[in-house]
Design a binder for this molecule. Structure first.
Ligand SMILES: [Zn+2]
Length: 134
């Protein structure tokens, strides 16, 4: 993953645990302009890209916490509908995201994992209950 200080950019094969603030989710329309290799926010009525018949697509933006850092993340409909199925804990959704591929052809797989439990074995633990390497 990369971040610009504000926005998170997922890279191929990133697997990250994310907390997402769905209480403050923002939905925008954007035009992808192939010639410029970037997207532009749709300005609604009178938008020059709309007038030139460039299709707009829905994007969603939300605050996320990844590895203790508070960042913004933009994602598409696929992720949005997967999020809708997740349980909400006080406005926050927690999940693991697996990002595969590059740029606009990338896809995201969302999974919810139970927190990893430390293996505890009474035969390998020391008398104070700490783990002992065997
Ligand atoms: Zn537009």
């Amino acid at each position: 993953m990369r971040n610009s200080g504000v926005w998170i950019i997922l890279e191929d094969r990133d697997v990250l645990e994310i907390s997402l603030d769905c209480a403050n989710l923002v939905t925008v329309y954007k035009h992808w302009i192939e010639d410029k290799q970037r997207s532009f926010l749709c300005k609604g009525e009178g938008c020059s890209w709309c007038l030139q018949k460039f299709p707009a697509r829905i994007r969603h933006q939300a605050k996320v916490i990844i590895e203790g850092e508070s960042l913004m993340w933009e994602f598409g409909e696929e992720v949005y509908s997967a999020l809708a199925k997740l349980r909400n804990v006080e406005g926050w959704k927690k999940f693991t995201i697996t990002h595969l591929g590059y740029g606009r052809k990338a896809r995201d797989i969302i999974t919810v994992e139970a927190p990893r439990q430390k293996k505890y074995n009474k035969y390998t633990s020391g008398k104070y209950g700490h783990l002992v390497n065997t």
